[in-house]
Design a protein around this ligand. Structure first.
Ligand code: GLY
Length: 396
């Protein structure tokens, strides 16, 4: 069957009937496989955190720095939810003190990625176990994230010190994933400032980062004095006017996360248009190149972007009414991407590899994490697996 999803022009994807029974078995096997790997990594990581990406199949171990440490915490919480086995919960709970010390001492916190960091380590702990200490640390992180909001331009500065003129007024598409921490903080405290900042940022991102054809800039600069828009460019994509695949995936999922808190259906439609742009540019095996402009080339794939997109598509399915004609198509395509990731990208038990999902790209231009496992690719693959195999309440 060929389906046509109108809007971004839409979708001309061939849907071959998936063998759902075989897929169910494949995903069940994958669950067992990732649980074995996560269990094996607990003593291996030994209280440290995996670096952003593997090198030759192995994660260097780090202190709690950089933007990615919570993806390991998130995997542990997911594993606990999958099994009820206390060894996963205990390992995840050990991270809470570390995240508390990080935010109290402001260690490597000059970043919008506080959302990723504290949602998956501490909001998750609070939601799942009622841990009040974790709640407090996540609220401190929300305060630090709110400090990065510039009211003149209505955006959260992505990177760097707030006094750094190079980074002032720069927002990036990834930030949509950091906004849930702010919405959550308003829910917890009744202080509307957090959610107002998140709503304003999401509005500016929709207006300026998303281009008229539903592709996205990776980064966009605003004037922090006049509040006027300046220009978009890329940091990790192929070109300023191309569409970095992971950014597009962050957008698909991120705008939906805002919708979860705001109820603003425009954000669902925006996510749908971004999804169409993404899905119309998939190669034969349904796993995107690292930039969507590279379709038809032999450039590297970014499996992590594919895993994030699967989570976003599954969230889109739940956000749309049952009467929506395209809903079943999105689910089918999400399953197809997941089947491909599982068959062709998941590291086997026999492989000497710490990571779960092979073949992602962190930053092509600097040669960082090219064709390696990444901690976020691992996390979102497991989140997608959990979404597809059991009922689950998001940490976001
Ligand atoms: N948020 C950084 C990245 O996706 O590489």
């Amino acid at each position: 069957m060929t389906i046509t999803i109108a809007k971004e022009k839409l979708l001309t994807v061939e849907l071959n009937q998936l063998d759902k029974i075989a897929l169910r078995q494949q995903l069940e096997n994958a669950r067992q496989q990732v649980l074995r790997k996560i269990a094996r990594n607990i003593p291996k990581f030994d209280g440290k955190f995996p670096a952003e990406t593997c090198e030759n199949g192995h994660y260097a171990l780090t202190d709690n720095v950089e933007w990615t440490t919570s993806f390991w915490s998130g995997q542990l919480w997911l594993a606990w939810e999958m099994t009820g086995d206390d060894k996963f919960r205990q390992a995840a709970e050990k991270h809470i003190t570390s995240f508390g010390s990080r935010i109290a001492n402001r260690i490597d916190t000059a970043t919008h990625d506080l959302g990723f960091l504290y949602t998956l380590s501490c909001v998750s702990a609070w939601r799942l176990t009622g841990n009040r200490e974790a709640r407090g640390f996540a609220l401190l992180a929300a305060d630090a994230l709110l400090e990065r909001f510039n009211p003149q331009s209505g955006i959260i500065q992505a990177w760097g010190d707030l006094c750094d003129p190079e980074q002032a007024g720069r927002m990036i598409i990834d930030c949509n994933m950091n906004l849930p921490l702010l919405y959550w903080a308003t829910q917890q405290t009744g202080d509307a400032r957090y959610a107002e900042a998140a709503c304003t940022h999401a509005h500016q991102a929709a207006k300026y980062i998303v281009r008229p054809d539903a592709s996205t800039y990776h980064t966009y600069y605003m004037d922090t004095v006049s509040g006027a828009p300046r220009f978009g460019n890329t940091h990790q994509g192929y070109a300023d006017d191309s569409c970095w695949s992971r950014g597009q995936a962050w957008g698909i999922y991120g705008f939906l996360l805002s919708y979860r808190y705001t109820g603003n259906k425009d954000q669902v439609e925006l996510s749908r248009r971004l999804a169409h742009y993404f899905l119309n540019r998939l190669p034969e095996d349904d796993v995107c190149h690292w930039d969507l402009a590279l379709l038809g080339t032999d450039q590297a794939r970014d499996s992590s972007a594919a895993a994030i997109a699967v989570c976003g598509l599954l969230d889109l399915v739940t956000a749309l009414p049952a009467s929506d004609a395209s809903r079943a198509c999105y689910e089918e395509i999400a399953l197809r991407i997941m089947a491909s990731l599982t068959a062709n990208y998941l590291a086997g038990d026999e492989e000497d590899c710490d990571g779960l999902l092979k073949h992602s790209v962190y930053h092509m231009a600097s040669g960082k994490g090219v064709d390696q496992c990444s901690s976020w690719g691992d996390y979102f693959y497991v989140e997608a697996l959990v979404r597809l195999t059991q009922s689950w309440q998001p940490y976001w």
